[in-house]
Design a protein around this ligand. Structure first.
Ligand SMILES: C[S@@+](CC[C@H](N)C(=O)[O-])C[C@H]1O[C@@H](n2cnc3c(N)ncnc32)[C@H](O)[C@@H]1O
Length: 248
């Protein structure tokens, strides 16, 4: 099933606020003055301000909700980028490649249009201590089926990639799947769930959510996950893949 972000765009801006720590981890790889392409750009999260940014995004609603301070986005797909070879110093693909119809084609297009770094934020298929699959096991099944492995991504980019662990802060402002690992009550919030695309693939999850609610209310969740409560970050499997075409 392909997710149409037109239907998810409404509350995205409220629940998917770019997290400044993740932003810094991405930003450090972008040279000052670089000409940047953001693919699967959505509403513009992690696009540097005051920079030469070209954004491309398939969903009209996501494009319509971009702030006026952001570059105007072109409607289009990763698999067919309407740009000449080597047009950009840096390309970004942030939490998007698992949505592409053809990841191999999309990554090949990124390589074609980029002369320098390709920076991809993705997930490695291992949730670690992220506990939501205890209540909603289908989440793991769906996400493992959607996301390519980090080795696959590196191989498709041409092997020589650096991979960085992106630990998720306990108060992460970007409400993607694992963002609320220390705030279980957020998964009971339907608007927060709506901003996480995997939930729209799940069907009826009321039994799992009822169990989670009950465990939160009884204190069982906090007892079972006490070790998480003193942590400030958690490795939930998010990885930054950085491939520099100019040195590969
Ligand atoms: C989770 S959102 C991430 C958006 C943005 N990069 C961010 O970090 O907020 C995934 C985005 O990928 C876009 N997308 C889906 N299929 C795509 C494709 N084939 N090519 C490019 N983008 C695609 C969706 O429309 C959506 O905006």
């Amino acid at each position: 099933m392909n997710i149409n972000y037109d239907t998810l765009a409404a509350d995205y801006v409220n629940y998917r606020v770019p997290d400044y720590r993740i932003d810094a981890a991405i930003r450090i790889h972008i040279p000052r003055g670089a000409k940047i392409l953001n693919v699967g750009a959505g509403q513009g999260s992690y696009e540097p301000d005051n920079a030469d940014v070209t954004a491309i995004e398939p969903s009209i609603e996501m494009i319509a909700k971009r702030a006026s301070t952001k570059a105007t986005a072109i409607q289009g797909f990763a698999e067919s980028l309407p740009f000449d070879d080597n047009s950009f110093d840096v390309s970004l693909a942030i939490l998007t490649i698992h949505h592409w119809q053809d990841i191999q084609k999309g990554l090949s297009e990124l390589r074609r249009v980029t002369r320098g770094k390709i920076i991809i934020l993705t997930w490695n298929g291992e949730y670690g201590d992220f506990w939501l699959p205890e209540y909603l096991p289908k989440i793991a099944e769906i996400d493992v089926g959607l996301f390519p492995s980090i080795n696959q991504v590196s191989d498709l980019l041409g092997k020589k990639s650096d991979v960085e662990v992106i630990e998720i802060p306990h108060d992460c402002t970007d409400g993607f799947m694992c963002a609320y690992w220390q705030r279980p009550e957020m998964y009971l919030n339907s608007a927060a769930r709506q901003a996480i695309s995997t939930f729209s693939r799940l069907g009826n999850i009321s039994d799992g959510l009822d169990r989670l609610r009950s465990d939160i209310e009884s204190g069982q969740w906090h007892k079972k996950h006490a070790a998480l409560l003193s942590r400030t970050t958690l490795d939930c499997g998010y990885r930054l893949v950085i491939h520099d075409k100019s040195v590969a």
